[in-house]
Write a protein that binds this ligand. Sequence first.
Ligand code: 13P
Length: 259
Amino acid sequence: MPRMPLIAGNWKMNETTKEAVGLSQSISFQFERNFDEVEVAVCPPFTALKSVRNVFDFDRSPVKLGAQDVFWEEEGAYTGAISPHMLEEMPCEYCIVGHSERREYFHETDEDVNRKVRALLAHQISPIMCCGENLEVRDGGDACAFVVDQVRKGLAGLDAADIRRCVVAYEPIWAIGTGRAATPEQAEEVCSAIRATLAEMGSADTAEEVRILYGGSMKPTNAEEFLNMPDIDGGLIGGASLDADAFARIVKVAEGCRQ
Ligand code: 13P
């Protein structure tokens, strides 16, 4: 069974609730029909999740919903945190974990990422686990080894069935928001190393089922070259996902790559 591509928009810390309603209406308008060939999701800030859900429900839109982070505890004295149970209630189908911006600004470790992944799986939410090297690591020639280590630690202790429910997003830090995307060959090399790691951690069949996304300055104009790579099954889109038209064009490209 070929893998269904996933195009996910990470809105990051953009869009007030009002703005998010406008953007999700524009996205919903772009995607009136169901997609048979591509899965589409957007990840707004927590404050806008419910309103965006309401727009998609009202429009019977096939676009799915994701959060950008989660805490691993169920409830309690964790001021400012959001639990997986709260996301389940939205409901969210996906949740990004371990984005490089969270690792950098909020000091998230691989162990934290692993706790979050497990907590999400316990609540039937698919983690989109991010990994990716900085420029120093890339220039040192260690990108694959660095990313494989992040994947091993982030998904540690999961059985094959749980690994299957995860999405892995390879996002080289130097390509995020810089307009300087990786080359498709660089991205494929790392994504294929990730798949080989998943095969070791789960099984060859497991690895064949997991979607591996590329993220980092993906746009309508460069999406095709990434999405045609054998181990790249979609995109995690930052800047271009804030423009409904550009986001829809990337989804169209993904559909085209499946024809
Ligand atoms: P850009 O598409 O803006 O480079 O962001 C990528 C990203 O970080 C998605 O999570």
